[in-house]
Design a protein around this ligand. Structure first.
Ligand SMILES: *[C@@H]1O[C@H](CO)[C@@H](O)[C@H](O)[C@H]1NC(C)=O
Ligand SMILES: *[C@@H]1O[C@H](CO)[C@@H](O)[C@H](O)[C@H]1NC(C)=O
Ligand SMILES: *[C@@H]1O[C@H](CO)[C@@H](O)[C@H](O)[C@H]1NC(C)=O
Length: 215
C-alpha cells in the first residue's frame, strides 16, 4: 500500500470552475489593467499545506451518461466590452459534475425526503488530513479489496487512486460506464471495521461521507 498524508479542503467544490471571464484570483494591489497584468492562479495555500486538487471545469469533461461531455456551461450575458458596467456571466451545469461531493439525499430517497442536502454534512469530517491509498487496478473497490489494504484504525478520511486515474477518465469526453466504483460491500466493510468517515476517489474526486446508518 502506497500511502501519503495530506490535507484536503473541499469547501468549495467548484472553485476551479474557470474560463477567461473568471480569473480565479486577482491581485487587487495592482493599479490598472495595463499590459503585464497577470491573474495569479494559486494551487497551494498556507505555505503549501493545503492543495486544491479539484478538476478544472471544462466543456470537454465527461457528464453523466452523455456522449458529448459537458458542452457549453458558461455564457457572458453582459460585457464591459459592450458598454456594460460589469461583465455578467451565467453558468449552467449538473450538480453531479467534475469534482463534487455527494449529498446523502443523492441516492437515498428517504434521506432526500428528510432534507439531507450537502448543508447537513459535517465540515469537521470534510476537512483535515486524509490518507491517499493506491488500490489494485484489476478490481472494483469491494470488501475483499478494502480488507487487503489494512488501513490503520484512527484514519478518518481516505482517497483512493484507482484505474480511473490511469485511464484518465476525467479527460475523456464520452462518459465511460466501466469506471472503477466503490462497491456497496466495500463501503459496508469500512463502516463495520474502520474509523473512516469520508471516502473519495482521486480521479473523479467524488467525495462521500459514510453514513452511520446502513448504506
Ligand atoms: C469581460 O468580457 C470580455 C468579453 O466581452 C472579456 O474580453 C473580458 O476579459 C471580460 N473582463 C473580465 C474582467 O472578466
Ligand atoms: C457585444 O455586441 C456585439 C454586437 O452587438 C455582439 O455581436 C456580441 O455578441 C456582444 N457580446 C457580448 C458578450 O454581449
Ligand atoms: C468495475 O465494475 C464495472 C461494472 O460495474 C465493470 O465494467 C468494470 O470492468 C469493473 N472494473 C474492474 C477493474 O474490475
Amino acid at each position: 500500500m502506497k500511502a501519503l498524508l495530506f490535507f484536503l479542503c473541499l469547501l468549495f467544490p467548484f472553485i476551479t470552475a474557470s474560463s477567461v471571464a473568471y480569473p480565479s484570483v486577482l491581485d487587487c494591489s495592482l493599479s490598472d489593467g495595463g499590459e503585464g497584468l497577470q491573474p495569479l492562479r494559486r494551487e497551494t495555500y498556507g505555505s503549501g499545506r493545503i492543495f486544491d486538487i479539484s478538476h478544472r471545469i471544462t466543456s470537454e469533461m465527461p457528464a453523466w451518461e452523455s456522449k458529448d461531455g459537458l458542452g457549453q456551461y458558461l455564457w457572458l450575458r453582459a460585457s464591459m466590452k459592450n458598454g456594460s458596467i460589469a461583465n455578467f456571466s451565467e453558468m449552467k451545469l449538473p450538480a453531479h459534475m467534475g469534482t463534487h461531493l455527494d449529498a446523502p439525499g443523492h441516492v437515498f430517497d428517504h434521506y432526500f425526503e428528510a432534507g439531507f442536502d450537502v448543508d447537513t454534512l459535517d465540515l469537521e469530517v470534510l476537512n483535515g488530513p486524509a490518507l491517499l491509498v493506491d488500490v489494485r487496478r484489476d478490481k472494483n473497490i469491494t470488501a475483499e479489496v478494502m480488507k487487503s489494504l489494512h488501513i490503520p484504525k484512527g484514519i478518518r478520511r481516505v482517497l483512493f487512486r484507482t484505474l480511473n486515474t490511469d485511464r484518465r477518465l476525467m479527460y475523456k469526453k464520452e462518459f465511460d460506464t466501466s469506471y472503477v466504483g466503490f462497491m456497496k460491500d466495500g463501503a459496508q466493510w469500512l463502516v463495520d471495521n474502520t474509523d473512516i468517515k469520508l471516502v473519495g476517489k482521486l480521479q473523479e474526486l467524488i467525495i462521500c461521507l459514510l453514513l452511520p446508518m446502513t448504506i
